[in-house]
Design a protein around this ligand. Structure first.
Ligand SMILES: Cc1ncc(COP(=O)(O)O)c(C=O)c1O
Length: 378
């Protein structure tokens, strides 16, 4: 059975059992994708950015393919260790509390975001093994074509050179803190050539400081407009291999580009109507379950799975449709003016590309509609 057939069969069962809306994660597809990414990255450490989707089943599928997990809160540290107690963690993120800094002995790398954070960390240590740290840098770099930029200019992420120098002085005086290298997650949504160009700048910066461990962050582009156009992992892997010098440890920590493809959000069409010349299909659930199209300003790709319809159900043929949810806000739009061959009340809409920054970034409790179900295929 193909993934599409399995999804359609599950959609039918869920619709019949009043089980929509629902998230479906295709674990077999994730396994194949993770294996391909791993194979493309010879000699580069691969961490998964848990913030993209912390679903326990996804973490278990990824575990054999990754060297560790990037986490950005005490909650994520506890979550990953409860599922994978031996996982290696790289703990980053701005604004860590003292309680979070005190978790340093449980993680393999702590990414320091500011001189004051480093001072607070030093103040919390009382003996034991030294803590291995990377300094998160925000380099002055021209970043073009990114969906989101976290560096290259004034942002709250990481440090400029003055901050790095301040940290280096502090580190010189404290042997409980072991400086391993630098961390740089400068932007999201870049293709392989753009990420390799940034990697060269980051590596140059690390080499000037005499550091040999470099975490280059995530940010590999995915295309919601054209899902088939995927990040070129093979070219990226070859490029990193060419950049890496003997003795250097290169690490990356992608999120979106690893898990986005395995997730589907399934929902039923509950009404179709025409208002002032525009046709709207209203589905159960909404962007409080899948906020991604609103936050990123795209049309969420979808397919229609024909469902149980009767003659009195509204239906449309060969026209454009705007797909919206149940929220009382004009922002609750999944996709606008999409050409469609046929759609009827009772059909199931299967949104794809819903495996990253989807459920876990959404405002679930707005309007108090029921939560979706969660199902795993494969
Ligand atoms: C520090 C850090 N690393 C990795 C990621 C993952 O980025 P992406 O999901 O774009 O690959 C993020 C995302 O914001 C991040 O902040």
């Amino acid at each position: 059975m193909t993934t599409d057939d399995a999804l359609a069969a599950l959609a039918g069962r869920l619709a019949a059992a009043d089980g929509l809306p629902a998230y479906v994660y295709d674990l077999a597809a994730l396994d194949r994708h993770a294996a391909a990414v791993r194979a493309a990255l010879d000699g580069v450490e691969l961490y998964y950015a848990v913030k993209a989707n912390p679903d326990p089943a996804l973490l278990r599928v990824l575990a054999p393919y990754v060297d560790g997990f990037e986490v950005s809160s005490g909650g994520e540290v506890a979550h990953v260790l409860s599922i994978l107690p031996d996982a290696r963690l790289a703990f980053g993120g701005p604004g860590k509390t003292d309680a979070e800094l005190a978790l340093a002995p449980k993680v393999s790398r702590l990414h320091v975001e500011s001189p004051y954070e480093l001072r607070r960390l030093a103040g919390l240590l009382d003996g034991g093994d030294p803590v291995d740290i990377l300094l998160r840098v925000n380099l002055e770099a021209a970043i073009e074509g990114a969906a989101l930029t976290m560096g290259g200019g004034a942002t709250p992420f990481g440090m400029d050179h003055a901050g790095v120098e301040e940290c280096l002085k502090l580190l010189d005086r404290d042997d409980r803190l072991r400086l391993r290298g630098i961390h740089a997650h400068l932007a999201s949504g870049l293709d392989a050539p753009a990420l390799l160009a940034l990697a060269a700048e980051v590596l140059g910066y690390a080499r000037d400081l005499g550091l040999t461990e470099i975490n280059l962050g995530g940010g590999m582009a995915v295309s919601y407009r054209n899902p088939a156009q995927m990040f070129d992992w093979a070219a990226y892997g070859r490029g990193l291999a060419a950049l890496r010098r003997p003795g250097e440890v290169l690490r990356i920590e992608p999120g979106r580009a690893l898990t986005v493809y395995c997730g589907h959000y399934l929902t039923g069409v509950i009404d179709i109507k025409r208002v002032h010349g525009e046709t709207f299909a209203i589905v159960t659930g909404g962007t409080h379950h899948l906020r991604t199209p609103v936050t990123k300003g795209h049309d969420q790709p979808f397919t229609v799975i024909p469902g149980r319809t009767t003659d009195d159900h509204p239906r449309i043929h060969d026209q454009t449709v705007t797909v919206v949810g149940q929220l009382c806000t004009p922002k609750d739009v999944f996709a606008r003016n999409i050409p469609i061959a046929r759609l009827a009340v009772g059909d199931v809409i299967a949104f794809s590309m819903a495996g990253a920054y989807a459920w876990n970034i959404s405002h679930h409790d707005f309007l108090m509609h029921p939560k979706p179900g969660f199902h795993h295929l494969g």
